[in-house]
Write a protein that binds this ligand. Structure first.
Ligand code: HEM
Length: 737
């Protein structure tokens, strides 16, 4: 399906419409507008055809409007009520359909069909979001990202409403309204939008010690993801799996992206906020529509009920991870997103995720955050979606195997079904509608012991706040630690209250003394003596903390590559690069001096998607500057063209400079590559320099196989450079970008 919001990239086969049982159900609610015949007329909402939809009824041609005009009233009144309240948090997001296929059964620990049935492809709907920004906020603001996934199982809807960070700011949901009020725009000033870089937010954090671990994550690069396709997902709260014998096992849910977890850099994110505020949704839709489907692995960390107390932290405390060294992740299935929404309002806006939505075989733990969430999500939908019947909205209905169903719930605003059966139970009509036993697939919460005094307290281990904050810090690479200092300096640099800055330095001191000193130096604050020793422990695992971990995935796949091809470019090289990188699952955009045709040095024609003016290097993962004739080289002398090259280098991206472009680039960026005798290219720090690569050598672009980058060929070397994603240790301090 080609979309008019995206660019017509050559060589892309737009995604044919995908099907599954949920999509078939949605199709019955979808209304196509025919272009001819009876259905093509505009009818009022009550079904009459309108004779004029552009001019209303007046008393005389120039006379006053008549209130009796039903067509005007119908149109304008409906329009007046088009908006519904945006989500109180996570208002800005985008969603896609897909499916989940289990490959490893969890039958030992659960009887949930979705986690034991290896045959069925379960339809899914996933919504990615930011937290604080309003519905129209720029998507690259530094923010935690929501990762809400719904499985439309045959036993009902199961929602994992998670984030891209495995822990949260607070331990008890009673504080959530305060956390969000502190992060949202100040009520008097109405600013700032979609960011945490302000006094109120850091004031709250500095006064909430339990936030220290999450603050370390929020200041790291995960809050500026390169793509929704490249974020991890975490259920955050501890849930419980229940097997056929009623045995309970604690579980943490993980999503691991097949493309690895990757971020933007901060300068890029700031610029994209203006250059393409829709950057993340455009990216998601563009790749899915191009048939390059993002995938994630679902993982579980399982803890037997009897082992609940064996950890130094409390399993019910959502400000703590379970380090993978203590409980490894078991990978059980794959999610593929393969279809974008048909209508943003009907699907993305009206989907009502609820943490309480579980299916038989899954249960809640006593995590105090989870319990408040179970109340809050259901509650908020009642006002956001206009009443109690929001589950009847097509995107929220369970799939036909679990629905239509009948229960004794009735009436309320906008009920869309005509129930035909008893509205109370028990009744004289038998089990109609009545409860299902476990054997019949009933949702059962097995008993377990609870007890203690009624009180407003948390478990004892909840009160240790710093151990895992330090663990997170220690687990980052040096480059990420440096970014953390830079980010903390930016965030607190936007605060004006000295007390807030000083209290945050104290929190940082509890994470790591050197970290605190490095940030404090940018504020002229004396942090005093250390308050605790860094324990020196790190954690790494298959869903890693550090983006530079050996467990992260680096692939030249799912990337957007800009091929710079103003008039006079080498056409054979251009085609070879396009072919090679499309075959790996990338999109290659052509950049020229005009939108429309651009001409090779022998008059060959390619279509451009962007010019140097209609885009910037920030939109792309990597740039290729081709070989070209004098005219080509003259264009590269433009300041804007030079800026593309310098900016991409300064944003640590992979670059390829070929033929005559190599010398041009060496005057702009610090290329120190030496080319060995007998070779036509060399690679250093993600820059592939190939001054001698001419169009006769296009065979060097071939033999590129998926995932195996043959560094003996130019294309293999460039694919390897693209796979590296960022070359953080480049020194960009002297560049103007
Ligand atoms: C473990 C911590 C939490 C995580 C991971 C989390 C995650 C999310 C996500 C992903 C969404 C967006 C859902 C969508 O895309 O439609 C969301 C929305 C929301 N969250 Fe949370 N949240 C957390 C804590 C809380 C708490 C403690 C509360 C309240 C006590 C809360 C209340 C809400 C509300 C009211 C919405 C808006 C729902 C809607 O209007 O559809 N969240 N949250």
């Amino acid at each position: 399906m080609s979309s008019f919001f995206f660019f017509n990239y050559q060589g892309i086969n737009y995604n044919p419409v995908q099907q599954n049982s949920k999509l078939e159900q949605l199709a019955t609610a979808t209304r196509d507008i025919p272009t001819e015949g009876e259905g093509s007329f505009h009818r009022t909402t009550f079904g009459a055809k309108a004779d004029n939809v552009e001019v209303g009824m007046k008393a005389g041609r120039r006379g006053p409007y008549l209130l009796s005009d039903p067509i005007m009233r119908d149109k304008v009144s409906h329009f007046d009520h088009e908006r519904i309240p945006e989500r109180v948090v996570h208002a800005r997001g985008d969603a896609a359909h897909g499916f989940f296929k289990l490959h490893t059964s969890l039958e030992d620990v659960t009887h949930a069909k979705v986690l034991t049935d290896l045959e069925t492809e379960v339809p899914m709907f996933v919504r990615f979001s930011s937290v604080l920004g309003s519905a129209g906020a720029a998507e690259t603001a530094r923010e935690v990202r929501g990762f809400a996934s719904r499985f439309y199982t045959e036993e009902g809807n199961w929602d994992i409403v998670g984030n891209n960070i495995p822990v949260f700011f607070i331990q008890d949901g009673i504080k959530f309204p305060d956390l969000i009020h502190a992060g949202k725009p100040d009520p008097k000033a109405g600013l700032p939008q979609a960011q945490t870089a302000h006094d109120n937010f850091w004031d709250f954090i500095s006064l909430s010690e339990e936030s220290t671990h999450m603050a370390s994550w929020a200041l790291s690069d995960v809050t500026i993801p390169r793509s929704y396709r490249m974020i991890q997902g975490f259920g955050v709260n501890t849930f419980v799996l229940v097997n056929g014998e009623g045995k309970r096992t604690f579980v943490k849910f993980h999503w691991k992206p097949h493309l690895g977890k990757h971020s933007l850099c901060w300068d890029e994110a700031l610029k994209l906020g203006g250059q393409d505020p829709d950057y993340l949704r455009r990216d998601l839709q563009m790749f899915i529509d191009a048939g390059i489907f993002p995938k994630w692995e679902l993982g579980v960390q399982l803890v037997a009920e009897e082992d609940e107390d064996k950890f130094s932290f409390d399993l019910l405390d959502c400000t703590k991870i379970i380090p993978e060294e203590e409980v490894p992740i078991k990978w059980v299935g794959t999610m593929t997103l393969n279809r974008t929404v048909t209508d943003q309002f009907a699907e993305n806006e009206q989907v009502a995720f609820c943490t309480q939505n579980i299916v038989p075989g899954i249960d809640y733990s006593d995590d105090p955050m989870l319990h408040t969430r179970n109340f809050s999500y259901f509650d908020t939908q009642i006002s956001r979606l206009g009443g109690i019947n929001f589950s009847q909205i097509p995107i929220n209905q369970p799939i036909p195997q679990a629905c239509p169903f009948l229960n004794t719930l009735r009436d309320g605003y906008s009920s869309k079904v005509i129930p035909n059966g008893p509205n109370y139970y028990p009744n004289r009509f038998g089990n109609n509608p009545g409860p299902a036993s476990v054997a019949q697939g009933g949702l059962h919460h097995p008993p377990y012991k609870v007890g203690g005094l009624r009180q407003r307290e948390l478990g004892e281990k909840f009160y240790e706040y710093y151990d895992q904050a330090t663990l997170h810090y220690n687990s980052l690479s040096d480059a990420e630690k440096a970014n953390l200092v830079y980010t903390a300096t930016f965030e607190l640099g936007r605060c004006d209250d000295r007390g807030v800055q000083e209290r945050m330095m104290d929190r940082f001191k509890h994470i790591d003394y050197d970290f605190a000193k490095n940030v404090a130096a940018n504020f002229g604050i004396d942090v005093g003596e250390p308050v605790r020793q860094n324990h020196g422990r790190k954690t790494d695992g298959e869903n890693p903390i550090s983006m530079l971990s050996k467990h992260n995935i680096f692939k030249a796949e799912g990337r957007l590559i800009a091929m710079v091809a103003p008039d006079g470019f080498d056409y054979q090289q251009a085609i070879a690069i396009q072919k090679a990188f499309l075959a790996l699952g990338n999109i290659v955009a052509v950049i020229g001096t005009r939108k429309g045709p651009t001409y090779g040095k022998n008059g060959e024609q390619l279509d451009t998607q962007f010019t140097f003016e209609s885009a910037r290097s920030t939109l792309f993962d990597s740039l290729v500057f081709l070989d070209g004739n004098d005219q080509y080289q003259k264009t590269l002398q433009l300041g804007r063209a030079k800026h593309w090259c310098i900016e991409a280098y300064a944003h640590f991206k992979a670059l390829a400079v070929i033929g005559s472009s190599a010398e041009w680039a060496s005057k702009l960026i610090p290329i120190t590559n030496k080319i060995d005798d007998g070779k036509s290219f060399s690679v250093q720090d993600g820059v592939v320099v190939a001054p001698n690569l001419t169009n006769q050598d296009t065979s060097l672009f071939e033999k590129l196989t998926h995932g195996a980058y043959d560094a003996a060929t130019f294309a293999g070397a460039y694919a390897g450079a693209v796979a590296g994603h960022r070359y953080w240790h480049r020194d960009n301090s002297g560049l103007v970008y």
